[in-house]
Design a protein around this ligand. Structure first.
Ligand code: SF4
Length: 288
């Protein structure tokens, strides 16, 4: 069996930064305890369980926004995840007297700042993102004037009268799908400013998926809630290669390996390297 590891692998800079901040906080006696993570620090259950072992409590409930999740925290320290939070969440945490550790990825912060800047300059702001994703929740919480869109149809139903239009996006979208949406914005609003903010880590991984060698199977390793992981999966499918998305070795369907001679393996920016290595070791053991 030929196993090709699609590079890059391992955490992106934003995830490394967020995990380090959380781990440093857990080990620091001067930080007010208990320490709560508002939502999942990144979308990876293995990382969350590692942080729980250090005493960091993740507060997450399906359907509840970061703002509502804050109601469940009344003392100690709150960590904001790499996805970022809206100004309202920041304000509420301060009013509750909580200590704040902000682990927002710098690339997400840049999107917040650019949108604020353009709103202040009188632009109509279009933001492309995934519904109910925490990164988008943080951005659209900046102002109710932001036009949130996810599809071409959403763009067509906008009726912006402002001559000044600024369009930007969630950092972990598909580079290919986002281009199509930006093209449509440009077609309808020819003078619009298009500011693609897909981060470098996402772009490089998707390009590597697009250029992966032919294989009988591509395995994408990562959490099913991770946006960048799901996009790697779709890019590989679009590339015409049979692809599966699994969280770890336990969830690898063994029947998917029947008759497979060439395997490519990729992983999301929030997948720990050791999980990929375990899968590769297992695949290699089948050769013996
Ligand atoms: S995927 Fe990109 S935006 Fe998300 S945490 Fe990593 S570097 Fe930041």
């Amino acid at each position: 069996m030929i196993i090709h590891k699609i590079e890059p692998q391992g955490y992106c800079g934003g995830v490394t930064h967020a995990i380090k901040m959380a781990m440093d906080a857990a080990k620091n006696d001067s930080i007010s305890k208990p320490i709560y993570m508002l939502g999942q620090i990144i979308h990876n259950s293995h990382v969350i369980s590692d942080l729980e072992k250090l005493g960091i409590i993740t507060i997450e409930e399906k359907g509840l926004s970061r703002l509502l999740l804050l109601d469940k925290i009344n003392k100690g320290t709150v960590i904001f995840s790499a996805h970022g939070v809206s100004p309202l969440v920041y304000k509420k945490a301060k009013e509750k007297g909580l200590s704040i550790i902000d682990a927002t990825c710098p690339y997400v912060l840049l999107v917040h700042n650019k949108i604020k800047e353009h709103l202040d300059l009188g632009y109509a702001c279009i933001y492309i993102g995934t519904k109910n994703h925490p990164e988008c929740e943080g951005v659209i919480g900046i102002s109710d004037k932001i036009h949130f869109v996810s599809t071409i149809e959403d763009i067509k139903s906008l009726n912006i009268k402002n001559d000044k239009v600024y369009a930007t996006n969630q950092t972990t979208l598909s580079i290919f799908e986002t281009k199509i949406i930006f093209d449509e914005i440009k077609r309808i609003y020819p003078n619009s400013i298009i500011d693609d903010k897909i981060c470098n880590a996402t772009t490089v991984r998707q390009m590597a998926m697009e250029n992966q060698p032919d294989a009988d199977l591509c395995i994408v390793v990562g959490d099913k809630k991770s946006s960048n992981t799901k996009k790697l999966y779709s890019v590989s499918i679009e590339r015409g290669i049979k692809t599966i998305l699994i969280e770890d070795l336990k969830s690898l369907p063994k029947e998917s390996l029947i008759g497979v001679k060439k395997i490519n393996i990729s992983s999301g920016a929030s997948t720990p390297s050791y999980i990929v290595d375990e899968i590769i070791d297992y695949l290699k053991s089948l050769e013996n």
